[in-house]
Design a protein around this ligand. Sequence first.
Ligand SMILES: [Zn+2]
Length: 318
Amino acid sequence: MKKSFIIINTFLVVFSLLLIGCQPTSPAPVGKETASLKVIAAESFLADVAQNVAGDRAKVDSLIPIGMDPHAFEPVPQDVAKIVNSSVVIINGKGIEWWLNKILTSSGGDHLVITACEGLANREPREGEKAEGEAEEEPDHDEGDPHYWLDPISMIHYVENIRDGLIKVDPDGKDVYTKNAEIYIEKLKNLDADIRKQVETIPEDKRLIVTNHESFGYFADRYGFKIIGTIVPSVSTGATPSAQQVAKLVDHIRSTGASAIFLETGTNPALAEQISKETGVKVVTDLYTHSITAADGKAPTYIDMMKYNVKIIVDTLK
Ligand SMILES: [Zn+2]
C-alpha cells in the first residue's frame, strides 16, 4: 500500500516539476507585497505559530488544509508546486511528515527546511501507560512521538527554531523576528500558567486520560496527567487495535477508574462508544489537536486550540 503510494508520489513530483518548468518565468519581485518571503508550514497550527514570528516580513501558508490529519496526508501536484515556490519550508519533524521526505529530496528548489521540533528529547511511555501486547510502531513512525506541540513549553523551542531559520534566510529581518518571537514566547508562558491553574482544579487522582491515538504524552507529562490508554495503540492514527488490545484497554479503564475518552476531530467514535458501553466512560469528541479551525471556528489559532482542549478536559474531569 505504502510502496505504491511512494511510486505514485514520485510520479507526481516529476510531473509537477515538469509543469513548473513549462511555465513562463515570473517577473522579478517588485514592491513589499511580492518581495516578502514565502514560507510554507506543513500543519495549520505550525503556520499560525510561524506567522506570529514572521510578522509582516513573510506570508506563511499551511500545506495541509485545515481539519486534515497530518499522519495520513496525501500530497497532490499543487502541494509540490507550493513547496518548490517557497523560500522556507517548516515541518514539525519526528517522522509525522513521512509523506514529505520524497518531495523535499527530489523537488530541488532553493529553500531552507526548518524542523521545528529539532533538539527536543523523545518521551518514553511511563510505567503502566502501555498495556501489555500493544502494537509495535509502524516503520514510518519509528522516530518516536512527534506530538511536542501539545506542550506549550516545547512550543517555545519550536518558536526559537523558526526564529533562527527565518533569520538565516532573511538576515535583515533579525530584529523583527527576534522581537516577534519574544512576544509570542511570552504568550506561550502565559498559556502554560493558565493551563496549570485550570488543571489544579482537577483532583489529582482524576487526572486520567484515554485518547484516540498516542498524542497527549508530552501534554500529560507537562501537566501531571496519566495516560491510561489509547484506542489506537500507536503515535500515529494509521494502526487498528486488535480485539485483544481493546479488551485490555477496557480492563485498564475499569481498574484505574478513568472517566472519559477524548477523541480528536475527524475520529470515528464507534470503538470509543463500544468501550463506553462496556465501562460507562464518557466519550468526549472534537478536540482540536492536529489542526486549528477556520477563522470563524472554535480554535482558529494554536493558543485557542490549546485553551479549547484544556477547557473540555478540565470540565469533563473535575
Ligand atoms: Zn497524532
